[in-house]
Ligand binder design. Structure first.
Ligand code: 5AD
Ligand code: SF4
Length: 461
């Protein structure tokens, strides 16, 4: 193939530069990425692009990618192989790689997939529309764009664009902090997302007020280290929670993801003050139950420190429930270290656990330790951990049989469209049959439980 020139990202485009074109977004990864896709879709819609439900109908396909583990990153390249076929049939089609793989791999993406038209990092999303305008206006066969700058404007985004994406939803995500200043030795995020930047408190509150006025009942504040939030005037997450709890119409407040080392007593007090609007469920990644492993991970707390945070939260908010992330097979993890992680499941216990086999990531400091736990051992530990947690969740959910829970309806169940799906304030997923609609609060009597879901029917009111 003829070498193609890389163009510098332009920063302006006519407001209607996308009229007549259709876009399709595929999203991998965390809640931040899901929300970033909502924002990117909003920007595309505002520029006149319309959504195509399937990739085959699109003029622009955007992959919003995740590089947290090697598997996730590799999936992007296999998907690109598939899309190459589409592009062969439609040379005008524009392929954009965004998200963490874009940041991590940069130019390398053009080397492995020369048919890609643009690579745009998660902190460079403001150049998406102008870049597409240039590519569409020029000859796509000869131009391509790379923008992996760390800019501050990525965090600012008008809420109405997002609302247009999901007008019926009563739940909204609001990014308040982006990036991460920690240096956990296994993690690629500080490289892909850059250092922390925070939105001003008043700007966040204005967005929440506008969301509430448009019917949003539940708001979830997002950030890789959301509890590190501190704006230029010194306002903290605690200030934001208290102020949000006072906004008319907001019934539920959540935030994710928190770092245990920054779960200060002041924040815990603010959480208690924001009850009952603040939901009694907190995702607090422990990563390991072994102090020796936590030390090598550079998490900034040990097992006792983690448990002390859980206790501090329970002391102020007795009804608080917890979820966590755990990594198994971190370099040097012994059977004894792993037993300490298993034991943590019993000691807390958690209602949700996301567990992962350690995966080496480029540029991280854990590479120096080597990948010492063989894959079969990692997978065996993962299976033991998941089966233990499954039994715990089975028991914990069974307590809900016969109880009535309040559910914020999110939409039709994906698996069974005759059912609706929503969440309780403590984050349990509930499926139920009823004549209802997204955005309603329903009282549901639980008739059946599994380790992962509750099933039931609304009680007559
Ligand atoms: N290998 C395995 N899991 C990882 N995570 C982050 N980096 C890695 C890695 N290199 C997990 C952590 C984090 C979650 C989002 O992904 O548990 O909290
Ligand atoms: Fe990664 Fe640690 Fe930052 Fe979380 S706190 S994003 S695990 S470096």
């Amino acid at each position: 193939m003829r070498p193609r020139r890389t163009i510098a990202p332009p920063h302006e485009a006519p407001p209607d530069s996308g009229v007549g074109a259709r876009y399709h977004i595929e999203t991998w990864g965390c809640q931040m990425n899901v929300h970033d896709s909502e924002k990117l879709a909003g920007a595309l819609e505002q520029a006149g692009y319309r959504r195509a439900d399937v990739a085959d109908d699109a003029d622009v396909i955007l992959l919003n990618t995740c590089s947290i583990r090697e598997k996730a990153a590799e999936k992007v390249f296999s998907e690109l192989g598939r899309l190459h076929e589409l592009k062969r049939g439609n040379p005008e089609l524009l392929l954009v790689v965004a998200g963490c793989v874009a940041q991590q791999e940069g130019e390398e993406i053009f080397r492995r997939a020369p048919f890609v038209d643009a690579v745009i990092g998660p902190r460079a999303t403001s150049s998406l529309i102008p870049t597409l305008a240039r590519l569409r206006g020029g000859n796509p066969a000869r131009l391509r764009a790379l923008d992996i700058e760390y800019r501050e404007d990525s965090i600012r985004f008008p809420f109405d664009l997002i609302r247009r994406e999901s007008p019926e939803s009563a739940k909204a995500y609001v990014t308040i902090i982006e990036g991460c200043n920690h240096r956990c030795t296994y993690c690629i995020v500080p490289t892909t997302r850059g250092r922390e930047i925070c939105r001003p408190l008043e700007e966040v509150l204005a967005e929440v007020r506008a969301l509430a006025a448009s019917g949003v009942l539940e708001v979830e504040f997002l950030g890789q280290t959301v509890n590190a939030y501190r704006d230029a005037s010194g306002h903290t997450l605690g200030d934001l929670l208290r102020r949000t709890a006072e906004i008319d119409g907001i019934r539920r407040i959540r935030f994710t993801t928190s770092h245990p080392a920054q779960m200060t007593d002041k924040l815990v007090q603010a959480m208690a003050d924001a009850r009952p609007m603040l939901c009694p469920y907190l995702h607090l990644p422990a990563q390991s139950g072994s102090s020796a492993v936590l030390e090598r991970m550079r998490r900034g707390y040990d097992r006792r420190g983690y448990l002390a945070r859980i206790e501090a939260l329970r002391a102020r908010i007795p009804e608080m429930l917890f979820g966590t992330d755990l990594i198994v097979g971190f370099p040097g993890e012994t059977e004894q270290d792993f037993a300490a992680t298993l034991d943590l499941l019993d000691e807390v216990p958690f209602d949700t656990v996301y567990s992962f086999a350690y995966s080496e990531r480029p540029g991280t400091r854990a590479l120096d330790f080597g990948d010492t736990v063989p894959l079969p051992a990692k997978l065996e530990r993962l299976a033991r951990l998941q089966s233990r947690q499954r039994a715990i969740q089975e028991q914990r959910n069974r307590r809900f049989l016969g109880r009535t829970v309040e559910v914020l309806v999110e939409g039709k169940s994906k698996r069974d469209p005759s059912r609706w799906t929503g969440r309780t304030a403590d984050n349990r997923i509930v499926h139920f049959g009823a004549d209802t609609a997204a955005g309603r609060l329903e009282q549901v009597r639980v008739a059946q439980t599994t380790p992962y879901f509750l099933y039931g029917a609304p009680v007559a009111t």
